[in-house]
Design a protein around this ligand. Structure first.
Ligand code: URA
Length: 191
């Protein structure tokens, strides 16, 4: 079965499992060397039906430019493929919220199968949620960012390169320096 057929089957199962939610599936070139994994789509992503568009997409473009990578050449997905939101009861404003451990656990098996189907050389995780979904434990990005490790996913080994989430470095100058250094490392590795 081709990769696109396998992905279609997997995404059909996912849509059944999380029926009733506005789902944003993975997007890009399934024959890529590199899969990029975020946490969950936000409002813009749900509106446009694509991961990392809007403000998050702007961050991502800067990130990809630094690496000299075209978005069309890689595959981009999220651990959780629907928006995690909460409503402020006073203002009725809807905002994003972090994933719970349970949500990560419920989504994990789909993510691992998705990675197996794409079968990339490199897995790049953005922030703690995808890192934990893959490592299945309480590891933190602070320990593992910016260096390569090997992970086994459903019987296959991959190179994992954890990065901070680009959105988390916007207002933190020190972290931004670390993040850019990590990007330089990743660039050397994939070149
Ligand atoms: N942040 C993510 O982690 N994923 C998206 O798709 C958008 C923002």
């Amino acid at each position: 079965m081709s990769k696109s057929e396998q992905l279609k089957n997997l995404y059909e199962l996912y849509e059944k499992m999380f029926f009733g939610r506005e789902i944003v599936l993975g997007d890009g070139n399934a024959d890529t060397r590199l899969i990029l994994i975020g946490e969950a789509p936000g409002k813009d992503e749900v509106q446009q039906g694509k991961p990392f568009v809007g403000a998050a997409g702007k961050n991502l473009s800067e990130f990809l430019n630094k690496l000299g990578i075209n978005r069309e050449d890689i595959y981009i997905t999220n651990v959780i493929k629907y928006r995690l939101s909460k409503v402020n009861p006073e203002t009725n404003r809807v905002t994003n919220r972090p994933a719970t451990k349970r949500e990560i656990e419920d989504n994990r098996e789909y993510l691992l199968k998705e990675i197996n189907i794409i079968d990339p050389e490199y897995i790049v995780t953005l922030g703690n949620v995808p890192l934990r979904a893959i490592c299945g434990s309480d590891v933190t990005i602070g320990e593992l960012h910016g260096r390569l490790s090997r992970v086994e996913i459903l019987g296959t080994e991959y190179d994992l390169f954890p990065l901070y989430h680009p959105a988390s470095v916007i207002y933190n100058v020190r972290l931004k320096e670390v993040y850019y250094k990590d990007l330089e490392n990743l660039k050397k590795i994939i070149e």
